[in-house]
Design a protein around this ligand. Structure first.
Ligand SMILES: [Zn+2]
Length: 232
């Protein structure tokens, strides 16, 4: 069993934790649910190996995406990123994945579907959030950083394409010693979305990763209108 940096199940920090082994298709993790007692907010950590020995830990902070993670949506790359992250941690035999309940970059499932509807009218993912009155990204990693501290993690190698996530964690006191890309081949449904994340949100996909798939060669399956897509 993991021995976090506490002994009492109800923590002085206002979090309590339940944990059990979780065998998965990737390997066996220790699943831990941290509940913030005051709010009832729950976050899940999947831990493999010894992560509080002082060495940097391979880590993924994955924000919940019901449509991508569970339902197999092709509108984003969340599901394959989740699978690739768990696979990478299992391959190293050591690491942690935090599954964070901030659906739709923090706007929630209802508003995410509203944003999808706006994207079907031609807005991109950033414009759609803003049309609904939200910033492009509402996610907050402070509770995730607290959980990493409780797990004894001090330095991480972060599985992400999002450089802003590195800065958010560092400002919350987690040392990010490196970034490990999570590059998923794009599909016809998510290429415009991924390019928007690259161009407007600074996501790093590496040279050519999104360029090798000319839009005209891809199936038209309900993405942004064709005139809009050719602009990119
Ligand atoms: Zn998603």
């Amino acid at each position: 069993m993991i021995q976090p940096a506490f002994s009492d199940p109800v923590l002085r920090s206002g979090l309590r934790v339940a944990q059990a082994n979780l065998p998965t298709r990737y390997g066996t993790f220790t699943a831990m649910v941290f509940e913030e007692v005051a709010s009832g907010c729950q976050e899940t950590a999947l831990v493999m190996g010894d992560i509080n020995d002082g060495r940097p830990v391979l880590a993924r902070l994955h924000s919940e995406c019901l449509t991508g993670d569970v339902l197999g949506s092709l509108r984003c790359d969340c599901g394959p990123q989740l699978a690739a992250a768990l696979g990478a941690i299992a391959a190293e035999g050591r690491g942690v994945l935090l599954y964070l309940r901030q659906e739709g970059r923090g706007i929630g499932l209802y508003h995410k579907l509203q944003a999808y509807a706006l994207q079907e009218q031609g807005l991109d993912t950033v414009e759609a959030n803003e049309r609904l009155g939200f910033p492009a990204d509402l996610r907050d990693y402070r509770l995730a950083a607290r959980i990493l501290h409780l797990l004894g993690v001090r330095g991480i190698r972060l599985l992400t394409n999002n450089p802003k996530k590195l800065h958010s964690l560092e400002s919350a006191g987690i040392e990010v010693v490196g970034r490990v890309p999570l590059l998923i081949p794009p599909n016809a449904e998510n290429l415009f979305y991924l390019r928007t994340k690259q161009e407007k949100m600074g996501h790093l996909f590496g040279d050519g990763h999104l360029d090798d798939h000319p839009l005209d060669d891809l199936d038209d399956g309900g993405g942004p209108p064709a005139d809009r897509r050719r602009e990119t």
